[in-house]
Design a protein around this ligand. Sequence first.
Ligand code: AMP
Length: 396
Amino acid sequence: MSSFKTLDNAELRGKRVLVRVDLNVPVENGVVSDATRIDRILPTIRDIAEQGGKVILLAHFGRPKGREAKDSLKPIAAVLAAHLGRPVAFADDCVGAAVSDAVAAMAPGDVLCLENTRFHAGEEKNDPAFVAALASLGDVYVNDAFSAAHRAHASTEGLAHVLPAYAGRTMQAELEALDKALGKPARPVMAIVGGAKVSTKLELLGNLVSKVDVLVIGGGMANTFLAARGLDVGKSLCERDLVATAREIEAKAMAAGCTILLPVDALAAKEFKANPGHRVAPVSDIKADEMILDAGPVSVEAVITCLQTTETLVWNGPFGAFELEPFDTATVAVAKAAAALTKAGKLVSVAGGGDTVSAMNHAGVGDDLTYISTAGGAFLEWMEGKPLPGVEALTE
Ligand code: AMP
C-alpha cells in the first residue's frame, strides 16, 4: 500500500477542514434504520474539532437528479448531532455565497454539514469549476469516506488534488485493515466468496485465485461451479451460461496453487421461503425439484477445519439464503468460528461488501472480527484488485 497522510500529520488549529464523509445511511419511513456509518465518522469529527479545526462536512445522499427534497441531508445532520453529542449546523447548499458566509462565521471546533453534493451535476462529473467552488470553502481536505472512494467525483477525488489532503480516521483504519488482509497478509490466506451470482463477482474470483491460498465458494454462485463439475443442481440458482467461465476460474486457481473449496453437502428445499421443510443432502444427490439454499454440515466443518490453520481471512457474501431460516446456518457457524479464532488472536479477519455486514450482524459477530467494512462497491473493487481513485488521490 502506498503511504498516505493521516490526521497525525496535519496542523488543523483554526483551519477550515473540508471532510468528505459517508452519510448515505439507510432510511425507512423517515427514520435512520442503521446508524453504523454515522458512528464510524465520529472519531474523525471529534479529532479535528479537538485539534481546533472547523469541521465542514461534505457527503452525498441517494442518487438525486438535481435538487430533490427527499434526498436532503438535513434530517441526517440532526441524527449526526445526536450521535456526536454536540451541535451540527446545516447549510442548504454545498457551494455559493450563503455557504461561504456560514463557513466564515464558524469558530474552531464548530461542525457544519453542507447539503447533498449530488444536488450539483459537477459532483459526479468531477467538474474542475465545482471542485474549485468547494475548495474555496476550505484550507485542508480530509477524506473519511472509503465507501465512496471507488468514484472519481469532485468531493471524493477532485478536492485531493487542489488542497492538502489527509485520510480521516475511518479511512485510515479501513486502509490499514485491508492492507493486512490482502496487501501484505500473514499466510495462509483464505477468501470466502458467497452470495447470489457468479456474474456479479467474476472479476473478484479471477483476482482472488492468484492472491489467496484457499478460495471457499459458497452461496448461489457455488451451484454454477458444481454444475461445471458435472453435478445436477436441480432448480437451484445456477448460471448455466457461466459454466465454462467457472471451469476457467478453476483452471486458473489450479495453475496459481490456490485450492478451491466447494460445498460437498447442502440444505435442499423445494421452496424459496423461511422454514419450507428441507433435507441435508450430498451435492451429488439434489433432486430435480429441489434447490440448494445453504451449505450443509460437512461443508461447514471442512471450512472451519481449514480456518484453524488460516492466518488471514477475507470474506464477501453469505453461504446461503441467510435471510430465510434455517438457511443462515452455514454463514452463522463459519462467522462464529472466525470470530472465536480472531478473539483468540489466531486470525486476522476482514469482511465487507453488500449484504455481508448484515450477515455478520445477523450472526452476532458485528464487533468480533478484525474489521468489518461498511463499504459496498468500494470494498468489492478493492477485493477485485482495482485502484480506488479516492485512495490513489490521497497517496500522491
Ligand atoms: P450478494 O449480494 O451477491 O452478496 O448476494 C447475497 C444474496 O445471495 C443474499 O440475499 C442471499 O439470500 C443470496 N443467496 C445466497 N445463497 C443463495 C442460494 N443458494 N440460493 C439463492 N440465493 C442465495
